[in-house]
Design a protein around this ligand. Structure first.
Ligand SMILES: Cc1cc2nc3c(=O)[nH]c(=O)nc-3n(C[C@H](O)[C@H](O)[C@H](O)COP(=O)(O)OP(=O)(O)OC[C@H]3O[C@@H](n4cnc5c(N)ncnc54)[C@H](O)[C@@H]3O)c2cc1C
Length: 478
């Protein structure tokens, strides 16, 4: 049995949803596009699973968070796909792919042939078994990657109210789950080997703000050690977590968030890989010209860093997907993907955004005893990354634009003194580009900063004294 499509997307997560939206905007014809997804539901905004989905009251449920509501755009219900003649093949895993023959084989035995393929298979949660910890089919041990995981987590949480929840891992899944567990009235302890939470992104100073906030909510932090084994009862449920430092933590449930691995296996040996993902060019095109890769699975050139990177964040999934569709449907008119890495998190009443990269020296600013503060990263004399907690829309846009411009920074003490005012002023002087038509692609492409870059550097150096005075008089609340 087989079907033929002009365009096929393997994987039905965030990137697939945004790709479908872009295909329709660009006039795909009925019957030309199919999406094959292992998940049984139409593409949805995955970040909701660790936020609104876990609330004890008024929790988010589908269809409320189908793509593309996360970008304040149209919500693509299953009906929308039908109305636009897009074949959604759900609950169906692709078990093999042949990029030479341009075919996919599904677990149901169907062969799908395509002219162009978009790989949007995302990533899977790393499992403790991969680190030699056994007995992990316990009912009260949870991961969080997809809707089925989230439903399970909700059920287990509800059955453990007032009990002890142990979160293994101090990254963003661990942090967001810990907050949700507290809100669901569990006693939460987080265990991770690093010296502080969110160690890949946060500085110790930023981490300590969040750790103090969590501690005030009752969360315990057990740092610098790792899980070694579990104790189980006769039903096979975890009853305690044993740590390498010899301590034992009683547990009614466990949530594990120890990282992800991109789903590349269908294409190993067929496409060039890099950074653990499928290597693509600035048009999201892989080493096979008919195959594009987007989202968590794609390793693409990040122009602002001058390097290939694989990102694991929702904004990158959305935008890379749209770019791939533009490149497929209007190749001549579509330029290179010019992306400023961005990610965010929301926990309790807190909310932060980060742009760029966290390398080099750090300058903190703002009020770490209040509710708005941030940091800039300076590498080789230029601002390359910005973080802000508790910002307004205008302030977040300002740090994004400042990071995009990569201004030269001569004195970090002065930058620290100006704090957020630096980004606000710079972004007023050099506003974010108007939506540019990158060779007719119709996408929002960032204006190249390199031409501005030198100018910005010179102007900034010359203007710093003026701004310093001005900001001394017009300092913000923090
Ligand atoms: C709980 C959670 C919270 C998050 N919160 C944030 C956040 O706050 N901020 C942020 O920036 N990012 C966040 N992320 C990351 C963000 O959701 C991902 O970067 C994004 O979902 C990546 O999109 P994607 O389409 O590449 O992959 P996914 O959305 O993971 O979709 C991949 C899809 O492919 C399917 N698939 C895989 N293999 C096959 C196969 N062989 N056959 C058929 N289908 C297949 C999967 O079942 C899945 O449906 C979060 C992620 C999770 C899990």
């Amino acid at each position: 049995m087989g079907r033929a499509f002009v365009y096929a997307i393997v994987g039905g997560g965030v990137a697939a949803g945004y790709a479908a939206h872009e295909f329709v905007k660009r006039g795909v014809s009925h019957g030309e596009l199919c999406i094959v997804s292992e998940e049984p539901v139409a593409p949805y905004e995955r970040p909701a699973l660790s936020k609104g989905y876990l609330l004890p009251e008024a929790a988010a449920r589908l269809p409320s968070f189908h793509c593309c509501v996360g970008a304040n755009e149209e919500k693509l219900s299953p009906k929308w796909y039908k109305e636009h003649g897009i074949e959604l093949i759900l609950g169906t895993r692709v078990k093999s792919a042949d990029v030479k023959r341009k075919t996919l084989l599904t677990v149901t035995g169907e062969t799908i042939s395509y002219k162009f393929l978009i790989v949007a298979t995302g990533a899977r949660a790393l499992k403790l078994e991969e680190f030699g910890v056994n007995g992990l089919d316990a009912d009260n041990l949870c991961y969080l990657r997809d809707l089925a995981d989230a439903d399970r987590l909700v059920d287990v949480m509800k059955s453990c109210t007032g009990g002890n929840a142990i979160v293994i891992g101090g990254g963003y899944i661990g942090m967001e789950c810990a907050a949700s567990l507290v809100i669901n009235k569990l006693n939460v302890a987080m265990v991770f080997p690093e010296a502080h939470c969110m160690a890949r992104l946060f500085t110790p100073k930023i981490s300590s703000y969040y750790e103090d906030f969590y501690k005030a909510k009752g969360v315990k932090f057990i740092k610098g050690t790792m899980l070694s084994s579990f104790d189980f009862n006769s039903d096979g449920k975890v009853t305690a977590v044993n740590l390498r430092d010899g301590n034992k933590l009683p547990a009614d449930m466990v949530v594990v968030g120890i990282g992800i691995r991109p789903n590349t296996s269908l294409f190993e040996g067929q496409l060039t890989m890099d950074k653990g993902g499928i290597k693509v060019n600035g048009k999201m095109q892989s080493s096979n010209s008919s195959v594009y890769a987007v989202g968590d699975v794609a390793a693409f050139p990040v122009k602002i860093f001058g390097e290939t990177r694989r990102l694991e964040h929702v904004d990158s999934a959305r935008k890379s997907a749209r770019h791939a569709v533009a490149a497929i449907m209007e190749s001549d008119k579509t330029g290179e993907f010019n992306y400023l890495p961005f990610f965010y998190s929301r926990v309790f009443t807190l909310s932060w955004q980060f742009y760029g990269e966290n390398v080099g020296d750090v300058v903190h600013f703002g009020d770490f005893s209040g509710n708005s503060f941030g940091a800039y990263w300076i590498n080789k004399g230029h601002l390359v990354g910005s973080f802000l907690e508790g910002g307004t829309k205008e302030q977040y846009e300002a740090i994004a634009q400042a990071t995009r411009l990569k201004p030269a920074i001569e004195e970090s003490a002065e930058l620290e003194r100006q704090g957020l005012g630096f980004a606000l002023t710079l972004s007023q002087k050099f506003p974010a580009s108007q939506p540019l038509d990158s060779g007719g692609s119709g996408l929002l492409i960032e204006k190249p900063v390199y031409a501005l870059h030198a100018t910005a550097g010179v102007i900034m150096a010359a203007s710093i004294a003026v701004f310093a005075y001005w900001y001394g008089r017009k300092r913000r609340r923090w």
